[in-house]
Design a protein around this ligand. Sequence first.
Ligand code: NAD
Length: 482
Amino acid sequence: MSTDDAPDTDARPAAPSATAQARQQAAHTIAGARALYDSGATRSIDARLAVLATLDKALRIQRQNLLDAVYRDLRKNPTEATLTELGVLHQEIAHVRKHLKGWARPRSFSPGITLAPASGRLQHEPYGVALVISPWNYPVSLSLAPVVAAIAAGNTVVLKPSELAPATSAALAHLVRTHLDPNWVQVVEGGVDETTALLEERFDVILYTGNGTVGRIVARAAAEHLTPTILELGGKSPVFVDDDVDLATVARIIAWGKFTNAGQTCVAPDYVLARPETLDRLEPHLRRAVRELYGKDPRRSHDYGRIINERHFDRVLGLMDPVRCTVGGPETAARAELYIPPTVMVDVDPSDAVMDEEIFGPVLPLLAADGPDDAIRLIRAGEKPLTAYVFSGSPEVEEAFAQRTSSGSLAFGLTLAHVGSTTMPFGGVGESGMGAYHGRAGFEAFGHRKPVVSKPVRFTTLSMVFPPYGPLKRRLIPRLFG
Ligand code: NAD
């Protein structure tokens, strides 16, 4: 090539960096979402119901595609995924479709005697353009359940699925592209660059599900635009087991809650507290429960999942102390297939490494507590968890946990299943998050309840408080307002 033919590198515009590309894509996506929102199309309740019906149908059409994707990302059993990924969504959509008109109806209120005569109504209005950032552990349901709430409330939505579940991210993008109005719901695939670019833009509401570190990044970015933020985070959800319960059944309930999705569930029981004698009796029941759920060798069970990636595999393995693992343990883990067995660790102390962070994997530490009061003390010594579980035959003990511990939710006699409830607001408190959604709570989280007050102008009583403050007003105002 002659020098004349050589490309003039200095004069050529630099190839857009990933961030510049991501910025361009983010701006373009939001412009589409905002244009549709500004057109007023999402104000119509019938139009929202139609979008939700289409989404429900799309989930049925794309069912196999989604189940395959979740299997590829997490080796999640299709029946389990039907329950925890798709089933919860169908239920949520059905509930919202049934109640949306009632929720959206303005509610009247009396503005009070001092404004009389006047009337008031609370009118729900959507925020506008919503951003939903979702995690990898329930990559379908935790992406689309917030989308359902955002649509119900009348927003347009930009969804950013997790790059750590790439097959599901692609399946969601395909579903949305194929079935939904391109500006009402859009999917932006990608990783940190794409999320960062989105967060630089102004959204009208953001729902983020994931860890607290990124939660803080999201909250900081949202603060730039004073954007309301719902943070669905995690934490160490404790279980207290009292001495007076049927330990065989309780062990099965705990084992199911802990080992579903290989422990990668935000509301999974993180650790168990009980009196030492109760722990001694509980441990063999947990061993039996694991065998009942996943057979003698969980590695060969079709019903047992895998860890999302090597980084999390190494992290979870690093939390185990081999000599204290009485069920499972690191010896039978297999990095090549990201398999960690259901593991029970005994004689754990609050100062052990496994108690430093949310485990988010199939390791269940058992810790001694000297009864309910001591368990409450230990729970209160940590950050506020996303949920807490109590198994006790005593209503007084249950009430003590309800009154003296703080968590996103509290469940007696069950694990996990409460998050599927369409009538329960789901969210954290303190370190486990802020705000809540699901059902009506989701509709309310994605909109503003605007008070609309109306007072006749003719013969207005407001003139009673206008200056000048002569003798009559100087006597009257302190009587009315003092
Ligand atoms: P993740 O790593 O997939 O992250 C979630 C999202 O954050 C992704 O979309 C990702 O792209 C984005 N992200 C990651 N790093 C970022 C950065 N530096 N800047 C901007 N965006 C970034 O998911 P995760 O955090 O590993 O999920 C696990 C955590 O989520 C656990 O703590 C778990 O308890 C919690 N969780 C909470 C709920 C809930 O409903 N409260 C549900 C599931 C999981």
